[in-house]
Design a protein. Structure first.
Length: 327
């Protein structure tokens, strides 16, 4: 049991997994109310992790970058393409990084995308979308869509069946993947075989019990969620009627015809209840869904790779993607 002092001065106890609890004090922490400072701290954190863990294992995978046409009137979009030396099937994973819509780049997911390509034996394409607040909605989503369209159009050259492309995203990346599924359906765009939505950020209204309760949890909490949505939508817009369901997929009233989905949530994560609600809404719309709540965890607890629950989370992601792509 870990005690954290809440803003009112009283202790709040979180029953974190025993293997995760000792690491909480060592996790990176930085203010999210200044984007520049947050990005500098994120870069520093990535450099520290690289120094501690060493260079990622690039064996068995070739990777390259492509600049592809962006949305109308916007700059080209950078993609990084990972091709396994021993492909299992002509399938692809289209990866969208997280970071609360304001942080993240291709380097942050490099090690995990190498592992995905190697373990799945499938091509992985990841997108370097523009970030808020400099580029608010819909710019990040449109960049992701442009990259997805290019991937599907160039499937043959990539050695991929255009009908076997899965989306993969964590946190804000999961929210963008949920939005991509809606956008592709409504625009008659690329076929999406499967959507992996890890701890997805999908609801700007911030009214769920977990979002109200978890104001001080590690790595992600209500104040950070508020800053994230204000950056993505623009100040004063979150929670109002003008927010599009393409920005906040939890607002969508028609989820029929979307791809099968896997949704994960963490017990002590403010995003927990909106992820559960989105999975239930998909299920009620007739979309095949698997939902998994990992007990004793928090947002980003998978960074503690030595914990058994983190290993289960990582292994289950591979299982879900294999099943979703028919590997």
């Amino acid at each position: 049991m870990i005690e954290v002092i809440d803003p009112q001065g009283g202790p709040v106890a979180y029953a974190f997994d025993p293997e995760l609890a000792p690491a909480v004090a060592e996790l990176p922490d930085f203010e999210m109310n200044d984007v520049g400072v947050a990005r500098e701290r994120m870069q520093q954190m990535m450099e520290e992790m690289l120094a501690a863990r060493g260079a990622p294992d690039e064996s068995g995978v070739r990777f390259r970058e492509e600049l592809v046409p962006g949305p109308d009137g916007a700059p080209d979009v950078r993609l990084r393409i990972y091709t396994p030396e021993r492909p299992v099937a002509p399938a692809a994973v289209y990866d969208v990084h997280g970071g609360g819509f304001v942080l993240g780049d291709l380097e942050g997911g490099h090690a995990s995308n190498l592992q995905l390509a190697r373990e799945l034996g499938a091509v992985v394409v990841t997108v370097d979308y523009r970030l808020a607040p400099e580029h608010p909605f819909p710019a990040p989503l449109e960049d992701c869509y442009a990259g997805l369209v290019w991937t599907a159009k160039n499937a043959d050259a990539l050695g991929v069946d255009a009908d076997r492309i899965a989306l993969h995203g964590i946190s804000a990346g999961g929210g963008l993947c949920a939005a991509l599924s809606l956008l592709a359906r409504d625009r008659g765009g690329p076929h999406i075989a499967f959507q992996y939505l890890g701890v997805p950020e999908v609801d700007d209204r911030l009214e769920t019990p977990s979002m109200r309760a978890f104001t001080d949890t590690p790595l992600w909490n209500r104040p950070r969620a508020e800053f994230s949505w204000d950056s993505y939508l623009g100040a004063g817009k979150r929670g109002t009627a003008e927010v599009s369901h393409y920005a906040a997929p939890a607002r969508a009233t028609d989820l029929a015809g979307l791809p099968p989905a896997y949704v994960s949530v963490m017990e002590f994560d403010p995003l927990r209840d909106e992820g559960i609600a989105y999975a239930q809404a998909l299920l009620h719309a007739g979309v095949p869904v698997e939902l998994h709540l990992f007990p004793g965890t928090f947002h980003g607890s998978a960074l503690v790779e030595s914990a058994a629950v983190s290993r289960r989370e990582s292994e289950e992601a591979l299982v879900a993607l294999r099943r979703g792509l028919g590997l």
